[in-house]
Design a protein around this ligand. Sequence first.
Ligand code: ADP
Ligand code: ZN
Ligand code: ZN
Length: 804
Amino acid sequence: MIAEVIVDVPAQQTDRPFDYRVPEKWSGMIQEGMRVTVPFGPRKLLGFVVKLKESSEFKSLKNISGLLDMEPALNEELLELGHWLADETMCFKISAFQAMLPAAMKAKYEKQIRLTRGMVVSDLLPELQPLFQKTGTMKWDDAQNNELLPLVKKEMDRGALELSIKVSNKGNVKKEKFIKPLLDKEGLITQLGEISKTAKNQRCIIEYFLENPIESPLSKVLKDTGLSGYSVIKPLVNKGILHVQERESYRDHYEQHEFQADAVLPLTEEQRGAMGPIERAVEEKRNETFLLYGVTGSGKTEIYLQSIKRIVDEGKEAIVLVPEISLTPMMVTRFKRRFGNLVAVLHSGLSTGEKYDEWRKIQRGEVKVVVGARSAVFAPFKNIGLIIIDEEHEGSYKQEEMPRYHARDVALKRASYHHCPVILGSATPSLETFARAKRDVYTLLTLKSRVNQRALPEVSIVDMREEMRGGNRSMFSELLFEKLKERVEKGEQSVLMLNRRGHSSFVMCRNCGLVVTCPNCDVSMTFHRVQSQMKCHYCGLEEGVPNVCPDCGSDHIRYFGTGTQKVEEELGKLMPHARVIRMDVDTTSRKGAHEALLKRFEDGQADILLGTQMIAKGLDFPKVTLVGVLSADTMLHLPDFRSSERTFQLLTQVSGRAGRHELPGEVVIQTYTPEHYSIQLASEQDYEGFFMREMFLRKQNDYPPYYYIALLTVSHEDVLKAMDTADKITTYIKRHVSPSTVVFGPSASPMSRINNRYRYQCLLKYKREPNLAVILKKLNETYGRNAAQSGLQLSIDVNPFIMM
Ligand code: ADP
Ligand code: ZN
Ligand code: ZN
C-alpha cells in the first residue's frame, strides 16, 4: 500500500503529494485524512495522507514512520474542501489543511537524543546511563550543559547515540484522575473507626465520600475538602478504600458559569414571516441561501435559535458564525441557555487546549451546535443541517493571511455538499450580498421593526468645520461636550468612539472639509510623513501637499490621525471627574482584557467608555444613553473603495446601540463632511438609500459587485527589486488576460513599507477571466519558488477585503 502525503513545508516546491510506503503493521489502519510523520530529506516531518493507492511510479520509497491519529483528522468532505480552498485562494495545500484544524494539531518538532538501533543502555558511559534508563531518549535541550554535552558528543561520535526529531501535537489531551469509593456506607464508617485519629486528612477524605458516595474528579474532591495533592488520596487507594481512574477530560472555559435554560419565545408576526421559508428549506433539505435583513433588535438571533432547534431535533448539526468581537459572554449565554451542553464555543479568547477540546467534542459528535468566529466554519461535523453567518458584512470573516479565504464562501461550499440552507444575517448587508438578494440569487427575508417597538435613537450630525470657524479647536464639539457633561452629572453612561483604522493618514482642509483625492481613481491620497508627499495607491500618482486648500483657499490644510490616548488625555483635562475606560488594541491585547473592561463598564465603574470601532459591536448596556462618534470621516478617506460602505455600516451599527432599553438614546456624530451620503443616510438608518447610491458609484468605477478584483502584492527589502518584480508581474498579466479585464499598476501599496520590506501592487478588475487561475498559478510558481533565497514575497488576494 502506498500513501500520498502532503508534507508540512509551506513552499512552492513541496506543494504536491509525495509517495510513501505504508508499513505492514499499519496497513488497514491508515486512512485518508490522517496525520502521519514521514522522513523528508534529513528531517522528519508531519504530513497529511491525501490518498491511498496500490502502486507508485517511483521505485525506492521511504516508509511512513509514525501515525499521529487513530481517526482521520480531516474527513472526506474536509479533505476535498482543503483542495478546493488551496485552488480558490492560491495557497499551499498544507496551509489549507492546517487552517481547518485547531492550532493544537499543528506539529511540534522536538530534538531528541536517542540510543542508536542495536545499542542498549549499558553500552553507554556510566554517567549517561541513568538518563537513558527510562525511555532510551533524552531531550536535546537537557543535554546542553557543560558537563553532559561532551559525554553525549563522545557517544554520538562513536555511534552509540544519535539525534532524532520527535514530531508531536502542539497541544495535548488533558487527563484527569477520577475518584470513587469502593466501599459502601458501612464499610466507610468501619474504616473511619480504624484509621488513627491523627490522620486528619485521610479521615477528612473518607468523610467526604460518606457524604458524596459518587465518582468525582480529583480536582473537585480537593477543592471541596480544601486539601491539596493526590498524595492525600493515595494511601486510601492503596488500602483498597478508594478507586482511582485516569481518563480524558475537557477543559471548559465556561465551567464557572451556570446557564439557566430559557424558553422559546413565541415569534412575532414579522419573525414568523421570515421563519416560514427557512423551515421549508430545512424540511426539504434544500441548499438555499437566505439573507435575513433586519435592524438590530429585530429578533434575528431568536430566528437563528429556533431554526437551529429544528435541526438539532432532527439529529443534525448547525454552525453559527459570529464576528470575533461579538462573541461576548452575552451572546454565548443565549446559545448555552437554549442548547445547554450541546453547544461548543470557539473563539480566540480560549487557550490552545480549550479550543482543542471544543474541537474534539465536535468531531466526536458530542455537541450539535458550534458558535464561533471565522475558523469555526471548518467545524468537523458530518451531518450539517444549517449554517448561519451573523453580521455577514463583517470584515473579520475574511482571513488576511494564507489561506486568504472568506468564511462566507466556505460556508456556501459546505452547504452545497450537505444540501442544507445558509442564513446570512445583517442590518447592513455587504453590497455584494444585498445585490445577490435583489437578483434572487439569495432569498431576501426582511424584518422591518424592532421587537420591542423601541424607537431608534435620535441622531445629530455636527459639522466640525463650523466648530473650527467658531473658534473651537478641541476634538469635542460644543454639542457633544454639553451632552457628555450632562450624562456624567446625571450618572448615565456614554460611549465615545474614535473611528480609526489602518495606519495611513489623509490630508484634509479643516476649514471646508475637502480631502485631497486622486484625480484618476477617486480615492483619497495617502499622506506619507517621511517624504511629505501624497500618493495614490491605486494608480501610483504622487503629489506634494498643497499649502492652501485647492477649494476654499484656507491654509488650515493638514494631515489627520488621532489616537485614543490623546482623546483620553483631553477628557482628563476637560472633565477631570469623569471616570473613563479606554478600549483599544493597547488596552485589550492581554487575554480576557476585552471582557474584563466591558464588565467593569457594565457594572457602572465608569461614566465613559472610549474606544475604537471594537466597541461598536456586541454593546448592549441599559445605562448607555449617549453615543458620540468623534471622527466619522477617518475611515471614509482610507484609500479603499469600500470606505463609504464601512463608514455607513459602522455608524448605523453604533447608532443602533444607544437606547436599546428603557432610557431613550441619543447619538452625536462629529464630521468634517456632514453632506457625505454615507453619513447622512446612516443617521437616517436608511440602508436601501445607501445601497442605491453606492451601487451607482461602484458601477461607474467598475468595482464589486459589478466587477471582481484580485490584488497582487510584491514585497522585498530592496525597493528596486520589489518595484522591478511588480513591473514584470504586471506586464505578464497584461499580456495574458482577456481584453475586458482591466489591470492597474504597478504602484506602491498603501502601506508601502512593512517590517522594512517595500511593497508594490498590481490590481485586476474583471467580470469573467477564464485565464485567471492559470495566470496566478504561473506567477506563484515563478515568483514563489526559491522565495527563501530571493527574499521576494508574492501575495495573491482574490476578492480582497482590505485594499492595503
Ligand atoms: P437581533 O439579533 O436582530 O439584534 P435579537 O434576536 O437579539 O435581535 O432580539 C432583540 C431582543 O428582543 C432580545 O432581547 C430578544 O430576547 C427579544 N426578542 C426577540 N424575539 C422575541 C419575541 N418573539 N418575543 C419577545 N422578545 C423577543
Ligand atoms: Zn478648504
Ligand atoms: Zn490614482
